[in-house]
Design a binder for this molecule. Structure first.
Ligand code: PGA
Length: 252
């Protein structure tokens, strides 16, 4: 019922030329796959050229961030309207690097999600606890706060266009993946939260991705878990063969 989604978050990597080489290789490797949504999120400067190259392919384009206003005196920012204009369909919001390095609050992330939905763009909404929060037994409180505040004011129907990504901060870029059981437990908890905030049908229909050191070697075990509907991939999305293998995770 929930179509798998594999999204590559390129973070601050790749010139335009390098980005084009990577998407050309991905197009070749991933031809014909239609049982999963495939997404790449290059840096802003590569979006336009990558959009042209992806046109007509089975790979969709995402941006890594946005500012929650259409236009105005916001030097250095990029709005959902402009991202849509250039061919994006998805935008990553609430990534832990933005929360930690750029001080983004739940309230600011909530504004971004609303502004993306207004432009009919689909947010990939990231949540996740730090190691300290997990060790102090605060993981469930943190996830509850991030979900409730991040999705404040959202109608159940809007959830059709929102994807959640659970990314334990201690697993991002560290090579330490959550075990299949740890990830499954967090995903089941998040789905339960969605049921409480919205309803069972909405909880059942919402896609929840796992992120944090997803690699060709561990993707099959993660994807075999009932509540894991896809992956948000950082490091391993920068090499075409690795990302392609992740997209080709073992189907049940
Ligand atoms: P990683 O990054 O796969 O390199 O751990 C994941 C992410 O930050 O989205």
């Amino acid at each position: 019922m929930r179509k798998p989604m594999i999204a590559g978050n390129w973070k601050l990597h790749k010139t335009v030329e390098e980005a084009l080489d990577l998407v050309e290789a991905l197009k070749d490797e991933l031809t014909g796959i239609d049982d999963a949504d495939i997404i790449v999120a290059p840096v802003f400067t590569a979006l336009g050229k990558v959009a042209e190259t992806l046109s007509g392919s089975n790979i969709s384009l995402a941006a890594q961030n946005c500012y929650p206003e259409k236009t105005g005196a916001f030097t250095g920012e990029v709005s959902p309207m402009l991202l849509k204009d250039i061919g994006c369909r998805y935008v990553i919001v609430g990534h832990s690097e933005r929360r930690q390095l750029f001080g983004e609050s739940d309230e600011f992330i909530n504004r971004k999600i609303h502004s993306l939905l207004e432009e009919e763009l689909q947010p990939i909404f990231c949540i996740g606890e730090t190691l300290e929060e997990r060790e102090n037994g605060r993981m469930y409180d943190i996830l509850t706060r991030q979900v409730k505040e991040g999705l404040k004011g959202m109608e159940a129907a809007a959830m059709r266009n929102i994807v959640i990504a659970y990314e334990p901060v201690w697993a991002i870029g560290t090579g330490k993946t959550a075990t299949d059981e740890q990830a499954a437990e967090a995903h089941a908890f998040i789905r339960g939260l969605l049921q409480g905030v919205f309803d069972q049908e909405t909880a059942d229909a919402t896609r929840i991705l796992y992120g944090g050191s997803v690699k060709p070697e561990n993707v099959d075990g993660l994807m075999a878990q009932d509540d894991i509907d896809g992956a948000l991939v950082g490091g391993a999305s920068l090499k075409a063969p690795d990302f392609a293998r992740i997209v080709r995770f073992k189907r049940n």
